[in-house]
Write a protein of this length. Structure first.
Length: 134
């Protein structure tokens, strides 16, 4: 059973319950990991998946549609296109990060073991992202 968290948004849980995603355990595990990084992260629905805002600004969106055999985290600076920083928003050597622009990166997980093995690194990346994307 995936970890439960009192900070899980009921709106997100209802959406995921209806979707019957094959990676539901992994999605809930990632939800728990993300929310544990900072007490001011808030979970809601965006693009038919879990979304995380920090100080009312969208920062991380989980891509869970269509239900394929992976889950992606999109790290961004919100819905509006902004001027690109001259270098990547965070300088982290992680192989998890696939950079699309200097202010947008994607992390893809294809199985539970990869997620479980990457928890510490993922939390570090998220903490750096929240700080840098202010």
């Amino acid at each position: 059973m995936a970890p439960q968290n009192p900070r899980f948004s009921p709106e997100v849980s209802v959406l995921l319950d209806a979707a019957t995603h094959p990676f539901r355990y992994e999605i809930d595990y990632l939800r728990h990991c993300i929310l544990s990084v900072h007490p001011e992260l808030a979970e809601n629905v965006k693009w038919n998946g879990p979304n995380y805002s920090f100080h009312s600004e969208d920062r991380i969106t989980m891509r869970v549609q269509p239900p394929i055999q992976q889950v992606q985290l999109i790290l961004h600076r919100g819905a509006k296109k902004q001027e690109q920083p001259p270098q990547r928003l965070i300088a982290h050597p992680s192989k998890l990060l696939v950079w699309k622009e200097n202010d947008r990166a994607i992390i893809t997980f294809k199985d539970r073991t990869t997620i479980e093995n990457a928890v510490a690194e993922l939390k570090e990346i998220i903490g750096l992202w929240l700080e840098a994307a202010k």
